[in-house]
Write a protein that binds this ligand. Structure first.
Ligand SMILES: Cc1cc2nc3c(=O)[nH]c(=O)nc-3n(C[C@H](O)[C@H](O)[C@H](O)COP(=O)(O)O)c2cc1C
Length: 328
């Protein structure tokens, strides 16, 4: 999943399915943690993964606070922390738990990336947990993370369901990030939406429909291409194929609903990022009558000098033409 989308999608929800987590998926999470940065590459993190079949599971669950009872449904409970054998001090600063936290964050994001939930918790009692899992004295546990597939909110008690229904909130950036010196709020603000979105109709032809009765996923990418070309003709003013000076370096599609033959489909696109020699289109395919979203997608275009065989800078002429379509 695109990392910006992953950041948006990650949430500490509490409804877990009892479906077991495949060992290959768990391995990917642990591998993400393994490649985390750490002070002097000391890798102080340690994880104890406890599944439903482990003998220690019942005693471990007893160490959870009552308010975290929902976590017992999760197929995996993972204790993480830092091992004191690697105590990491620079001057007076101890990086042990800091680096254990970085590794947990990598694991959490990778979990969402592969369709799992990972919910860290501080609500547990240390001594019974140490006893349940035979933790050594020089290991400093700091979090227990419930990991599993998303389940149904109907399996939660009402109080817990209400917690999950609350919208996510954060302080404004300027309350936590200072510019130049302590106390001066950083003015960072996300770019607003573009002044204009480009829209075009995408007629669905009989031959676009596959044996499953809908537009095949692979074909969806060609529908994006149709929209992109319409943008190049209408906004950039391209008339000849030789004037198209980009290659697609990356495409990602999120399928939200099937497109059927009778559907009316519109494609909306804008440019969300511009770098030195590339820019990103964001697309939405939707039904203009009822607002149903069929597909969300992104492509990264690298502007290319075909004669020289290498990327070239995005031109100011192009930026001037597409300016109203650039936004967050
Ligand atoms: C170290 C840590 C401890 C947490 N402890 C608990 C907990 O004991 N129980 C719980 O329900 N959520 C717990 N959470 C989840 C937070 O409440 C949650 O991350 C926060 O409200 C932000 O919501 P979000 O993760 O959905 O963005 C914990 C999160 C972290 C990082």
């Amino acid at each position: 999943m695109d990392f910006a989308r992953l950041i948006e999608a990650r949430r500490s929800t509490r409804a877990f399915s009892e479906r077991p987590v495949e060992s290959g998926k768990l391995a990917r999470l642990l591998e993400a943690a393994r490649w985390s940065p750490s002070c002097s590459n000391r890798q102080p993190w340690r994880f104890v993964v406890v599944s439903k079949d482990d003998e220690s599971r019942a005693a471990f669950e007893d160490a959870l606070d009552a308010g975290n009872g929902w976590a017992k449904r999760a197929p995996l409970l993972v204790v993480s922390g830092g091992s004191g054998a690697n105590l990491l001090e620079v001057e007076t600063r101890d990086y042990l738990l800091h680096d254990a936290g970085l590794a947990l964050m990598s694991l959490v994001y990778r979990a969402f990336d592969v369709g799992l939930i990972a919910h860290p918790m501080a609500g547990w009692k240390e001594q019974p947990m140490r006893a349940a899992l035979s933790l050594p004295d020089d290991f400093h546990p700091i979090a227990v993370t419930a990991i599993g597939y998303p389940g149904s909110p109907d399996d939660l008690d009402e109080a817990t369901r209400k917690k999950d229904d609350k919208p996510r909130t954060r302080r404004p950036i300027g309350d936590s990030v200072f510019a130049g010196r302590w106390g001066v709020p950083h003015p960072a603000v996300l770019p607003g939406p573009p002044e204009r979105f480009f829209e075009t109709a995408i007629p669905i032809r009989f031959s676009d429909i596959d044996a499953m009765g809908h537009v095949n996923n692979a074909l969806t990418l060609t529908l994006l291409e149709q929209g992109r070309m319409a943008f190049y003709v209408e906004v950039v003013g391209v008339r000849r194929i030789e004037d198209i000076d980009f290659v697609i370096a990356e495409s990602s599609c999120r399928y939200k609903a099937p497109i059927l033959l009778h559907d009316t489909v519109r494609l909306r696109l804008h440019i969300s990022d511009v770098s030195r020699s590339s820019f990103r289109f964001r697309y939405l395919m939707f039904d203009p009558d009822d607002g149903r979203v069929f597909t969300e997608a992104e492509t990264v275009q690298v502007v290319y000098d075909f004669a020289a065989g290498r990327p070239k800078a995005v031109s100011s002429e192009f930026l001037e033409k597409v300016g109203p379509f650039i936004g967050g």
